[in-house]
Design a protein around this ligand. Structure first.
Ligand SMILES: *Cc1c(COP(=O)(O)O)cnc(C)c1O
Length: 402
């Protein structure tokens, strides 16, 4: 390449809807990344909970390489072997009987919400269309999903929002009792709110939602786009809670970095999506499905899932040690390798400063709102990589003292 792209070119050529950091990573391996200058970084972000097996995991590289020499795309006029193998694997491992494949989390939720509306429409009639969601929730950036999401800043300024959507308070069943009625077609919830601040649902809350949905013939949708795919130490988080949804959405770590999304449901509900009701050009793309199958098979190995719990303990003890040193955290929460560390009052709203200092020290991490540091590393991050990353975070916090 005679021309080397630089950070300035983002401002020159791309829409200003993101504000990327100064460094441009060019290569990754496991939980390490290198930028254009060859500087090394530890990755505690996993591309926002996407690179569930780190960068360039050998099983995923192999699947992608092999499929890339067979067939890349067919359209939904045909089916293909990787899509069928992935769908079978997800059905074998979960409550689901049927799978719809698409290319992102937002698209999976769009499909879930449309399916819930159509199921209610076909089964009970037009009046049953209400959707109950939660404040602080995040379900994607399509217009339907930002409207259902619980952060108004994402849906304001785009014209009239779709109707029939109400928002309750997460982890508060009374607020749901006030909103749900026989016109409710679905309740959608993240078992662990990710973008909203890394807040796990209480077991009573999810059990209560299941009961309320059953009482009102409403479908329970679990958005496991961020918390699913092994992140909390089970293949899907509903398995921890023993509460089974009617529809589950998956994406992010499902493709380990290759764009893919999936919506899982039961036969009873799936059957209303007859030919022509919904679709997606890239849904079931053979490259994406081959990589996702390798990711699902690798992540569902018992030693990978068991390792998540051990790594959580390691993260927690390091973060507690940093807190003893700097008094920086109010609360450390989350499940498995989806961890939120809420900043103490002395550091309130300074998440972005910590993030910037961490990058200077060679660590990539995340925030979830202005006052919560978020960690969503590879599920197979090594002990050494965790220690190296925590040393960087230590240096970053030291710098914020002056
Ligand atoms: C990231 C995310 C989405 C949106 O996924 P995209 O792939 O960005 O469309 C939806 N729900 C949750 C819980 C997420 O974390």
């Amino acid at each position: 390449m005679s021309w080397t792209p630089a950070r300035e070119d983002f401002d020159n050529y791309m829409l200003p809807n993101y504000s990327p950091q100064r460094v441009i990573p060019v290569r990754g391996e496991g939980s390490r990344l290198w930028d254009q200058e060859g500087r090394e970084y530890i990755d505690f972000a996993g591309g926002i909970a996407v690179n569930g097996l780190g960068h360039c995991h050998p099983a995923l590289v192999k699947a992608l390489r092999e499929q890339s020499e067979k067939v890349w795309h067919l359209s939904n006029v045909y089916t293909n072997e990787p899509a069928l193998a992935l769908a079978k694997s997800l059905v074998d491992k979960t409550f689901a009987d049927k799978v719809f494949l698409c290319s992102s989390g937002g698209e999976a939720n769009e499909a879930a919400l449309k399916l819930a509306r159509r199921f209610a429409y076909d089964t009970f009639g037009e009046a049953k269309h209400k959707i109950v969601s939660f404040r602080q929730s995040f379900h994607g950036r399509t217009f339907f999903t930002v409207s259902v999401g619980g952060q108004p800043k994402y849906s304001q300024g785009f014209g009239p929002v779709p109707g029939g959507i109400v928002h309750g308070e997460f982890n508060n069943l009374d607020s749901v009792r006030e909103l749900i009625d026989n016109d409710t077609c679905a309740v959608i919830v993240e078992p662990v709110q990710g973008e909203g601040g890394v807040t796990p649902a209480t077991p009573e809350f999810l059990k209560g939602l299941r009961e309320l949905c059953d009482q009102h013939d409403a479908l329970l949708i679990f958005d496991e786009v961020q918390c699913g795919m092994g992140r909390t130490g089970q293949l899907y988080t509903y398995m921890h809670y023993g509460v089974t949804p009617d529809i589950l959405t998956s994406a992010k770590a499902l493709g380990g970095g290759f764009p893919i999304g999936a919506m899982l449901t039961t036969d009873r509900i799936a059957k209303v999506f007859v030919v022509g009701t919904h679709g997606s050009t890239y849904g079931g793309n053979p490259l994406a499905c081959a990589v996702a199958l390798a990711a699902v098979e690798t992540i569902s190995q018992p030693d990978v899932l068991k390792g998540v719990e051990q790594r959580f303990e390691l993260f927690k003890s390091h973060l507690e040690a940093l807190d003893r040193k700097y008094g920086v955290f109010k609360e450390i929460r989350g499940m498995g390798l989806l961890i939120g560390a809420e900043l103490s009052d002395a550091y309130a709203e300074r998440g972005r400063d910590v993030l910037a200092a961490a990058i200077d020290e060679g660590l990539m991490m995340l925030v979830a709102g202005p006052s919560v540091l978020r960690f969503a590393p590879s599920l197979v991050i090594s002990e050494q990589e965790i220690e190296d990353g925590m040393a960087c975070l230590d240096h970053a916090l030291a710098r914020l003292q002056d």
